[in-house]
Design a protein around this ligand. Structure first.
Ligand code: GRG
Ligand code: ZN
Length: 327
């Protein structure tokens, strides 16, 4: 115990401290300031914002700071008759918001309010003949939507409603010679798409299709001098890649190929120590998206005092255990 405390203190001394209370206040204040600039730009993707904010609160052990019934009542009003969820009340449904809605209900242990068949029919109905997934009725295809469909149906215990073999084959067809993945066949490797493809393969037990050493090299080369990670060669570092790159490295067992200490320090340097929140780069304006990815990244890095997060489902470990093992 003394040893553990000393290690935690040592880490904090070396790398700075997470302003956890400030971040909790920042997240709660966004919800209250409905006419702020950030709330206005978030209006159409409020469901994603709810997932980012609430998951961050849960990782910080503060999910009870929000009114659960109020959130669930709003969330259920975002469901469309097709079974899919929209980003806000009265908007059109999309697979992006459907995953966030399911994840928020999972956080609150409230998946039982859903008509599971209705939601899973909406998702499986978006699978195309070649195994890919569209995001909504307008038909855009992207490996982001393959991940979302697989993650969502897995959480709902309904993976049997899609053609998993075809879905996996489509993802493999998006693999590049550098070991990474793009959004469609031939698309450039990008850390965000790599997360989607690796996590989808992890959930479906198909990680043997990944060349772990080749992809591990590409991913670890994303760490730049400041300790931060970028999403592609020659690009600037950004806190959100602490999630996209790091979770992928963990899923393929190559996380020891980057400097964890330097990355912790980079994320902590992106905090607004006065008003809370985390930005993409030091001294930029904070937002809820990067606050989530900063805290989730620190959780993957085992920063003291945070709940552990699952790298493939992007939900706290205890939530994932409850879904699959009922505890
Ligand atoms: C549950 C965590 C979770 C995700 C759901 C939506 C989704 C599934 C995944 C998105 C994956 C993705 C494509 C992430 C990248 C987002 C991003 C920072 C894009 C910016 O790309 P550029 O090209 O920026 O504008 P760079 O950094 O390359 O300059
Ligand atoms: Zn970013």
């Amino acid at each position: 115990m003394t040893y553990e405390l000393n290690t935690a203190q040592m880490l904090k001394n070396q790398m700075g401290e997470l302003a956890a209370d400030k971040h909790v206040k920042y997240i709660i204040s966004i919800e209250k300031k409905k006419d702020s600039f950030e709330s206005m730009v978030m209006e159409h993707l409020r469901m994603n914002g709810a997932y980012w904010g609430l998951t961050t609160l849960d990782l910080l052990g503060k999910l009870d700071a929000v009114d659960k019934e109020e959130v669930i009542s709003w969330l259920m009003q975002c469901q469309h008759e097709s079974g899919g969820f929209a980003g806000n009340i009265g908007h059109d449904p999309h697979i992006l918001y459907t995953l966030s809605a399911v994840q928020v209900l999972a956080l609150f242990d409230k998946l039982d309010v859903l008509d599971i068949d209705k939601v899973s029919n909406y998702i499986s109905g978006l699978q195309n003949e070649d195994g890919s997934f569209s995001g909504d009725i307008w038909g855009e295809v992207d490996t982001r939507f393959s991940y979302i469909a697989i993650c969502c149906l897995s959480i709902l215990h309904r993976l049997d409603k899609m053609d998993v073999d075809k879905a996996v084959n489509y993802i493999i067809s998006c693999k590049n010679l550098d070991g990474g993945f793009g959004c469609t066949p031939g698309g450039e490797s990008h850390a965000g798409q790599i997360f989607c493809c690796v996590a989808a393969l992890a959930i479906t037990g198909a990680l043997h299709h990944v060349d772990k050493d080749l992809l591990g090299w590409w991913l670890c080369e994303r760490q730049v001098k400041s300790g931060g990670l970028n999403g592609r060669p020659e690009k600037l570092p950004d806190v959100c890649y602490s999630w996209w790159v790091l979770s992928s490295l963990i899923m393929i067992d190559r996380v020891h190929w980057i400097s964890k200490e330097k990355l912790v320090k980079y994320i902590l340097d992106c905090q607004d120590l006065e008003n809370g929140g985390i930005s993409d780069r030091p001294d930029d304006a904070v937002d809820i998206f990067h606050t989530y990815f900063g805290v989730a990244g620190l959780s993957l890095l085992e920063y003291p005092g945070l709940k552990a997060i699952d790298p493939s489902y992007a939900l706290p470990d205890d939530v994932v255990n409850r879904i699959f093992f009922g505890k």
